[in-house]
Design a protein around this ligand. Structure first.
Ligand code: AMP
Length: 188
């Protein structure tokens, strides 16, 4: 089963993805996490990505698609993946379609976790406090930019997937457990 968890920054994609890893044996592919690993390792990619991420902008489609293409071929992904934070542009969605088709795989479901924008600021503030500011893009200024980028580049994927009849939406304003139950009902 291949799933996309979709939503604005702070919607809870990572939290729900981790749960699905534990409950369904799927592999979480988070492009944000992959980039943060590259930054921590001090690779050339990491050095280039850090400034872009700190500004709340998007890393180039080529780099991101290359990262996913390299990872999705690994044996542990054969049972299915949860894409978290990818795709974020129509070009990335097209590349994903091609990647899956070339492997004879399908996209089973895109789950949008819908959250009021005002709540996102409080959530990101909480995450910054809980993680001791581990993510340098978790602040109000960068979040404003990340939200603008989400609306401009990423939200157009909603009609893209609605047209393909794979889009489902859950109410992300409820508790983590409630959102998890809504997702479980969709996945069956
Ligand atoms: P995330 O952890 O998903 O919130 O991603 C953090 C940051 O990493 C984003 O604000 C982007 O700068 C970058 N990033 C993560 N995933 C992507 C993607 N699919 N396309 C472009 N940039 C990305």
């Amino acid at each position: 089963m291949n799933i996309i968890l979709f939503g604005a920054p702070g919607a809870g994609k990572g939290t729900q993805a981790e749960r699905l890893v534990a409950s369904r044996g799927l592999v979480q592919l988070s492009t944000g996490d992959m980039l943060r690993v590259a930054i921590a390792a001090g690779t050339e990619l990491g050095l280039r990505a850090k400034d872009i991420m700190d500004r709340g902008e998007l890393v180039s489609d080529d780099i991101i698609v290359g990262m996913i293409a390299a990872r999705i071929d690994d044996d542990d992904c054969a049972n299915g993946v949860i894409l978290d934070g990818f795709p974020r542009t129509v070009a990335q969605a097209n590349a994903l379609d091609e990647m899956l088709a070339s492997k004879g795989l399908t996209l089973d479901c895109v789950i949008e976790i819908k959250v009021d924008e005002a709540a996102l600021f409080a959530r990101i503030e909480n995450r910054a406090a809980e993680t001791g500011g581990a993510r340098s893009d978790d602040n109000a200024d960068t979040l404003r930019k990340r939200l603008a980028v989400y609306h401009e580049n990423t939200a157009p994927l909603l009609p893209y997937y609605a047209e393909k009849r794979v889009l489902q939406t859950v109410d992300g304003m409820n508790s983590i457990d409630d959102v998890a139950s809504q997702i479980d009902r969709i996945l069956g």
